[in-house]
Design a protein. Structure first.
Length: 292
């Protein structure tokens, strides 16, 4: 199973509107508006299936690197997956800090700003086309059909990026595109890791999940996967990490207030409003197909 970043078809990432989880035979894709979102407000995703709509699409592979197979006996356990998710927190935070060095740099997302032989699109689309997220090929075959990268892109471009990238143009378009790609890869890997979490949980307690799976009960599966105390602890941990990693170091001892490259609360909100809800959506969709 290769998890691939889907390159957006327009210059600007379409704004996420709303969608509804339909039949489990349908694959993740979303209805998007045709214009760039004007506001930069934070828009938390809803975990209610009544608020989301999914349509059937075909898979369109994009870019590739070498695939590796996991050792099921050692790696596909909740404990090993938990350690991986904690390490991925560092990757996400460091990549966002790296992107925060540069201004918003609108030409990076403009299809008419650069000319590349044999390619029509923006610089970020070109970079994304040449890259791929690395995932293992050890899950149920249904995992291949679950991909929400379009939603991840929309969240990143419409809701996250405007909140930490300084307005303006510093001319660093290539570096901006590379940093965007690294951020999107880290976010996509973390969110799609929900498939591994779901598989490990199913193997640990199959009888707990089989009833809800056979009934195709999405809400019950979501309830089984939700542990609010754990999610709160994750938010606290990533906020503390963001404070440690993103602190602007100054030798001026007269400054009383700490300055951060990215507000730590933004990272906590990113996890609470987007990463964990989207991860659980991936888990639910995987489990709905698990007995196919």
């Amino acid at each position: 199973m290769d998890l691939r970043l889907s390159v957006p078809s327009r210059v600007y990432a379409p704004a996420f509107t709303h969608a509804k989880f339909g039949s489990h035979t349908q694959r993740f894709t979303l209805s998007f508006s045709q214009e760039k979102r004007k506001s930069s407000g934070w828009a938390p995703i809803s975990t209610s299936y009544s608020d989301l709509q999914i349509t059937r699409v075909s898979t369109s592979p994009t870019f590739g690197v070498e695939n590796k197979r996991l050792d099921l006996s050692k790696n596909l356990t909740l404990d090993s997956i938990r350690h991986s998710l904690i390490r991925q927190e560092d990757s996400i935070i460091f990549n966002l800090l790296e992107r925060a060095q540069y201004c918003y740099n609108d030409p990076t997302y403009d299809a008419n700003a650069f000319t590349m032989p044999g390619f029509s699109g923006s610089l970020i689309e070109f970079i994304l086309r040449e890259t791929e997220i690395l995932h293992a090929k050890v899950l149920h075959p249904a995992a291949q059909s679950i991909n929400i990268n379009k939603l991840i892109w929309s969240m990143y471009y419409d809701s996250l990026l405007p909140r930490f990238a300084a307005k303006g143009d510093d001319g660093n378009y290539g570096s901006t595109a590379v940093c965007d790609t690294m951020c999107l890869q880290a976010l996509s890997k973390r969110i799609h890791y929900g498939k591994f979490v779901a598989e490990a949980k199913f193997r640990g307690s199959p009888e707990l999940y089989e009833v809800a799976i056979r009934a195709q009960d999405q809400e019950q599966l979501m309830n089984l996967l939700t542990f609010e105390s754990v999610e709160t602890a994750v938010q606290r941990r990533v906020e503390q990490k963001a404070k440690a990693y993103g602190l602007e170091v100054s030798l001026d001892t007269t400054k009383a207030d700490s300055t951060y490259k990215i507000q730590p609360s933004l990272i906590a909100n990113l996890y609470g409003d987007w990463i964990m809800p989207l991860t659980k959506m991936v888990q639910v969709e995987y489990l709905l197909r698990r007995l196919d």
